[in-house]
Design a protein around this ligand. Structure first.
Ligand SMILES: [Cu+2]
Length: 149
């Protein structure tokens, strides 16, 4: 009986860890049709950090159709898209340093991946955020809702 209790205890522990991980570990794909695989990202404020794993599943070279992820307030989206400029380069996501950018990554080419570490404490519950791709011509369709619960 004691053995069974111990086994059940470890099953419970591993189950709760799996449940926890799914909230703190998000897989996001960006494809050749300028689509993200996920349109809504809700992170859990109980995660000490959240990892967003981004993969470009498209086939076009990064200079023709790179994909990345930028996270900002929805209310800053129009301003930030207006300052996108390729002269800033692939590594910067065509964006300068700006306090309205909460997170941004470089552009990925075909089959490239990256892991973005996100601190839930940088976000306010109830505020509307958006994640989007800052490649020219992409953010009109490549965007989704981002929130913290
Ligand atoms: Cu893109």
């Amino acid at each position: 009986m004691k053995k069974l209790t111990i086994i059940l205890f470890f099953l419970l522990i591993s189950f709760s860890q799996n449940t926890f991980a799914s909230n703190c570990d998000i897989n996001l794909e960006a494809d050749g049709m300028m689509q993200y695989s996920v349109k809504n990202i809700e992170i859990d404020s109980s995660c000490s950090s959240v990892v967003i794993n981004l993969k470009n599943t498209g086939t076009l070279d990064v200079s023709l159709a790179g994909h990345n992820i930028v996270i900002s307030k929805k209310s800053d989206f129009n301003y930030l898209t207006s300052i996108v400029n390729p002269s800033y380069g692939i590594e910067t996501g065509y964006l300068p340093e700006d306090s309205k950018v909460i997170y941004k990554t470089k552009f990925l080419g075909p089959n490239e991946t990256l892991a973005l570490n996100v601190d839930p404490k940088k976000f306010t519950k109830g505020e509307e955020y958006t994640f989007w791709c800052s490649f020219l011509g992409h953010w009109g369709v490549m965007n989704g809702n981002f929130s913290v619960k």
